[in-house]
Design a protein around this ligand. Structure first.
Ligand code: SF4
Ligand code: SF4
Ligand code: SF4
Length: 264
């Protein structure tokens, strides 16, 4: 480790602030103080400045206003490494769930006739605007995800992505499979692992909060077929799969294909 402190920033776009709260409450944050200088993290440091140069920028939240689209580009320009934190930043978050509906309709439902200072737009992942070097998954991510990512970057190495599904951790824990044994619509087979199958361990079906293991490798079509056989309608399947995967460009096509099979 060099003598020079690593400058980090933690920035929030449209979000619930749950990711940074999760990390700000970690005791281990105090142990970072000798090695890290916090240039921007409003939850921890009142004297924070969003336009300071940093070595690592952690960004939470989706790009949901025109102003955030500009902010995220400015953060990228000022950062050597950018890490997207949480499902809002990585996948667009639950606020993207109804992304195919007109923005005006959604806006009216939530805010009515309220006047705001910013220019709203449909929520998007930050990678739609800037190059992202690394993702931390989850809603919110696990504390160890943040420690692993920051710790690995601090020693000059590069964090590895998890490329296997929640099912793997679930079976290793010996959980009852809520999909096969109770017919519940569990998204574990297409969702990136790392949470130690927290929800199935409590007998609750995974809703996919860590996002797909990769849009190119996650078999939403095969899982849709299983859900169909368990009695779910196409609309119910799409509703569930879109929650954290609304920006998957192939999702609708994959689910439609499965219901097409029934007609043929
Ligand atoms: S990913 Fe989840 S916990 Fe994090 S800011 Fe978004 S909604 Fe909140
Ligand atoms: S409960 Fe869900 S995550 Fe666990 S094995 Fe079954 S489908 Fe996979
Ligand atoms: S089981 Fe699924 S919904 Fe639950 S924490 Fe893990 S990824 Fe998220």
């Amino acid at each position: 480790m060099s003598e020079k402190k690593i400058r980090i920033g933690f920035y929030a776009l449209t979000s619930c602030y749950g990711c940074q709260l999760q990390f700000a409450m970690m005791d281990e944050i105090l142990q970072l103080i000798p090695n890290v200088e916090i240039a921007c993290w409003f939850m921890l440091e009142r004297d924070s400045y969003e336009d300071e140069p940093v070595d690592i920028a952690f960004i939470e939240g989706s790009v949901s206003t025109e102003e955030e689209a500009e902010l995220v580009k400015k953060i990228r320009e000022n950062a050597k490494i950018v890490v997207a934190v949480g499902s809002c930043a990585v996948q667009g978050g639950v606020q993207s769930w109804e992304k195919d509906k007109p923005l005006e309709e959604l806006w009216k439902t939530v805010y009515g006739d309220a006047k705001v200072k910013f220019q709203p737009k449909m929520a998007e992942p930050i990678s739609n605007y800037i190059k992202v070097d690394y993702n931390i998954y989850g809603c919110p991510p696990e504390k160890r995800d943040f420690l692993y990512t920051l710790g690995t970057l601090l020693i000059g190495s590069w964090p590895e992505d998890i490329d296997y599904p929640v099912c793997l951790e679930c079976r290793l824990r010996g959980n009852t499979c809520v999909l096969l044994e109770r017919g519940e619509p569990c998204l574990g087979p297409v969702t990136r692992a790392g949470c130690d199958a927290r929800c199935p361990a409590y007998g609750i079906a995974c809703i996919g909060c860590r996002g797909a293991i990769g849009y190119d490798v996650a078999w939403f079509d095969s899982l849709a077929r299983v859900f169909r056989e368990k009695g779910l309608t196409k609309e119910e399947i799409l509703e569930r799969m879109r929650m954290f995967n609304a920006h998957n460009p192939k999702l609708e096509e994959m689910v439609n294909k499965i219901f097409q099979e029934v007609k043929e």
